[in-house]
Design a protein around this ligand. Sequence first.
Ligand SMILES: [Zn+2]
Length: 138
Amino acid sequence: MTHPESQRDTHGDTHGDLHGDLHGDDRFTLYDLRVDVIATDRPMVCNHRAGDYFELSGEMLRFPDGQGFPLYSLAGLLPILPAKQRETHPADWMTTDTDIACVDPHCGGRFRITRTARRTFRHGDVTVVPMPSIPSDR
Ligand SMILES: [Zn+2]
């Protein structure tokens, strides 16, 4: 697995992109994510197996050919993923914590969320809502 730092895009440091809009820039970045099923010492109850995974890039979830993923486990993960896609403060638990427990309290499965790369998007490519105008003297 590639370390996220090695795949940073060419648009500067991690915090510069957060404020790109202040400079009339309509670009923003999100992390691509990979979610891997991790085994623990407790058995898995759901139909996920160690080594199963899926990836998220922008709004697109991708699963390996032929591999499914349990609905309820996915539902438990979904609220976390958009936050994990975004740049977070180094002290924020969202930055440091990577493993999420399965929503079934009887299941030993864990899901490891890894930021794999940063991807740049343009505002106009992802929404029809206009950006607020930015005063030019900033
Ligand atoms: Zn489970």
